[in-house]
Design a binder for this molecule. Sequence first.
Ligand SMILES: C[S@@+](CC[C@H](N)C(=O)[O-])C[C@H]1O[C@@H](n2cnc3c(N)ncnc32)[C@H](O)[C@@H]1O
Length: 245
Amino acid sequence: MAHVTRETLAAADQFHHGGAAATVELANLAGLRPGMRVLDLGSGLGGPARTLAAEFGCAVTGIDLVPDFVAAATMLTELTGMSDRVSFQQGSALELPFADGAFDVVWTQNVMMNIAAKDQLFREVRRVLKPGGRFAFQDILQGEGELLLPVPWATEPSHSHLVRAEEERNLLKAAGFREVSWLDTTGRLADARLVPAAPGQAPAAPPPFGLHLVMGSSAPVKGANLLANAREGRILSVLGVFDRG
Ligand SMILES: C[S@@+](CC[C@H](N)C(=O)[O-])C[C@H]1O[C@@H](n2cnc3c(N)ncnc32)[C@H](O)[C@@H]1O
């Protein structure tokens, strides 16, 4: 534990397709700068929050529904010596325990697909943003055809709340947001950390530390379905940045 670094943690604490590289790409798209106050919705183990603090100089607050994720994220942040800039608390993205206009940026990666009430989510996001603040997100969207399950975010249909790209954009517009960037990243759904060996090849043993520790024994089938859904056009992925106005 004495040798824990952000780099060693990245194999498991960036719980979204594309890993740390996707976090950095979204941060660049959103124009993150030193000193900005960022709220990370569904912060998980805290990898994205620590990346935004370490690489972009932001002060980050993470919020997550699950107390164990909050405890683990807090511990990993202490171990990496970043508790002065990064903190976590338990709560719901749908009822944010923060004042109006408290943040420069609201951030979320691979969380919106588990939230049905997107209109309520977007209202809350806009409420806690300062005038001119930005909402930056990574999301998975509905394509053509039924979703093959299980996937990393759902084992049954009632867990998954994907919408089509146009519906998401319309909901954001209806909530008062103005689009800044909409980058289709479907090609990056084939995350090497999740995708099993090619047909005919023996699966490699999982690394000692990796996403399978978070996802459990169903990680290989979830990874295979993620890839099949993407290849068959059943899902798309996007990095979005919207201005609060
Ligand atoms: C796939 S993980 C992504 C974690 C992190 N964003 C990352 O990319 O490493 C989804 C996280 O969202 C959290 N979550 C789901 N619904 C939520 C909600 N309504 N409010 C807050 N957190 C939520 C889950 O507990 C989980 O930690």
